[in-house]
Design a protein around this ligand. Structure first.
Ligand code: MG
Length: 261
């Protein structure tokens, strides 16, 4: 069952989203060669709690970190630890924030210093696929339109969407119905209605789409060892169109305003 939110409830989720974006910006300022992912985690937790919020991931099904930090061929769900960022790495950072019982979820992949042309293309394409998905989050569209928007954009650039991991509805719980795959058929699936809120999260591999789980039971890697990227927004479907509750650029989710890094 898809739980719809009132405009007031969406505003509360946007307040959680605002703290989340400030957390990601703080982390972006700390991403550099030599920093450990544990240090990023510590900074994130401290900041989120200083805002009267809590990190949504901490303790979720036993997850030990406040954020997920996934370098290079790791797609998602990396446990922060002793890994030191190296020059030329990609680091995907996923953050969840709970404020007054409402959850926001967003992720970005950052380059550590200069990165390869392949890495640049992966970042640009993955972010562009998220913007394409935002545009599809409108009343009257179907979920398949959102999924297809991601897949079409990614595959046009010769990259692969991960198929075994999906986005999700979000609200008072981090994971609500519906599941939001990053591939699908336009015009299929549940009708999008005002008040639905989705965490849309393209996970893209530079190589093939298959993934494998790491030895810790959390980390997910591209099976072929290719680079991976992950961009995620929490997006509300409103009468006025898509509203990104975790905006990175001013005007995110509005036509013509989607800049890339
Ligand atoms: Mg998510």
């Amino acid at each position: 069952m898809i739980i719809k939110k009132s405009p007031e409830e969406i505003d509360k989720m946007a307040a959680a989203g605002a703290i989340l974006v400030r957390t990601l910006r703080l982390l972006e300022s700390k991403v550099r060669e030599g920093v450990t992912t544990a240090e990023l985690d510590e900074a994130a937790e401290k900041f989120i709690r200083s805002q009267g919020a809590t990190p949504a991931f901490k303790g979720y099904r036993g997850f030990p970190g406040s954020i997920c930090t996934s370098p290079n061929s790791m797609v998602v769900h990396g446990i922060p630890g002793p890994y030191r960022l190296g020059r030329g790495d990609l680091i995907s950072i996923d953050v969840g924030v709970v404020l007054d019982g409402w959850v926001a979820d967003a992720a970005r992949t950052f380059p550590v210093g200069p990165v390869s042309p392949v890495a640049h293309r992966l970042l640009d394409t993955t972010q562009a696929s998220l913007f394409a998905a935002v545009e599809a989050c409108r009343p009257g569209n179907r979920l398949g339109d959102v999924s297809h928007a991601v897949q079409e954009r990614v595959e046009a650039d010769g990259l692969s969407v991960v198929r075994s991991l999906v986005g999700h509805g979000i609200g008072r719980s981090m994971h609500e119905d519906p599941q939001v795959p990053n591939f699908g058929e336009p015009g299929r699936g549940p009708l999008l209605e005002e008040g639905m809120v989705l965490a849309v999260e393209p996970m893209v591999n530079a190589g093939r789409h298959m993934v494998r789980m790491g030895d810790d039971g959390w980390a997910i890697f591209s099976q072929d060892g290719s680079l991976a990227a992950h961009f995620e927004f929490t997006i509300a479907v409103t009468a006025d169109g898509p509203r990104v509750l975790t905006p990175w650029h001013e005007g995110d989710g509005r036509e013509g305003a989607a800049g890339t890094r």
